[in-house]
Design a protein around this ligand. Structure first.
Ligand SMILES: C[S@@+](CC[C@H](N)C(=O)[O-])C[C@H]1O[C@@H](n2cnc3c(N)ncnc32)[C@H](O)[C@@H]1O
Length: 272
């Protein structure tokens, strides 16, 4: 293993901020979608994933909210099903101890209450929301990977759209910290922006030109996270493979280009 970079001790504290304004109209629309999937309708005003969905749409205000909610609940359910199917394909039973790393405010988590699941996020409010509103056990993450103490080990850890946002200085270190939280034989699934994402998102293509394997943009969906810990990352397979083998003792089980939303690549690794 290559020597790890020294952890930075001056990472900025996370100061969560409002992502949208909740009102009765939004709550009643959310209930329509949530009821369709029999899940909790509550949204947290600090949920930047939902705020990002609303901001991305360019229709009139009311249609915008309806479409954003449709996407949030519909896509959350589909992503949860993709997690279940992955577990089945890996031979993991439904009661395997699972950790959803970077769960946010439970866009996917709320659809996975049949799993033996713990959620985890860097936003303290997201951790409280998962525990108190979604009734899913949740633990805090950290800005510095070496400071993260999950307190137990897991059979399966999945992180939907986190490594697609980590800067170079944290990419390997979070792989190392998260793989260390796996039980022997445990699996990690994580997603990245790769060649396909760069072919459809011009800003990502721009930062990975000139034959580079890694590129990074300061901007992201999480407006309240400092770009020193979270931005928009694009990485090609040689970068990811080197990171996995340098930072962990895991082996690569599978790689699915554009396996998430037809956009982000899916990586599954297994520790010995
Ligand atoms: C793109 S969102 C994805 C959220 C969720 N996985 C989903 O698919 O809806 C990225 C999430 O990563 C979280 N995050 C960022 N840095 C993190 C860290 N160091 N540890 C844990 N979560 C982190 C953010 O708070 C945010 O909830």
């Amino acid at each position: 293993m290559l020597p790890m970079k020294e952890p930075s001790h001056n990472s900025p504290p996370v100061r969560s901020s409002k992502a949208f304004e909740a009102n009765d109209f939004l709550r009643s629309l959310a209930k329509i979608w949530a009821d369709r999937y029999s899940v909790t309708p509550e949204l947290h005003e600090y949920d930047h994933i939902f705020g990002h969905l609303v901001a991305r749409l360019s229709t009139g205000e009311e249609i915008k909210l309806f479409e954003a909610l449709k996407h949030y609940f519909e896509n959350g359910a589909a992503n949860a099903q993709q997690v279940r199917e992955l577990m089945t394909s890996l031979g993991l039973p439904r009661d395997a101890r699972a950790l959803e790393f970077a769960s946010g405010y439970g866009r996917v988590t709320r659809h996975l209450k049949d799993l033996n699941l713990v959620a985890c996020d860097i936003h303290p409010e997201a951790v409280s929301f998962c525990t108190e509103v979604l009734s899913v056990a949740a633990i805090p993450s950290a800005s510095i990977p070496e400071h993260w103490k999950p307190g137990e080990k897991f059979d399966f850890i999945f992180a939907i759209s986190l490594w697609s946002h980590l800067p170079d200085g944290l990419f390997q270190r979070w792989l190392s910290a998260v793989c260390a939280a796996l039980k022997p034989g445990g699996y990690l699934m994580f997603s990245t922006h790769g060649a396909h994402a760069a072919s459809v998102v011009p800003q990502l293509a721009e930062v990975i030109s000139n034959g580079q394997q890694y590129g990074y943009l300061d901007g992201s969906d999480q407006k309240d996270l400092d770009p020193s810990i979270y931005g928009s990352t694009v990485v090609l397979p040689p970068y990811v493979i080197k990171a996995i083998y340098d930072a962990t003792n895991a082996r690569i089980v599978s790689f699915k280009p554009a396996g998430w939303w037809g956009l982000q690549d899916e990586w599954v690794v297994r520790v010995p």
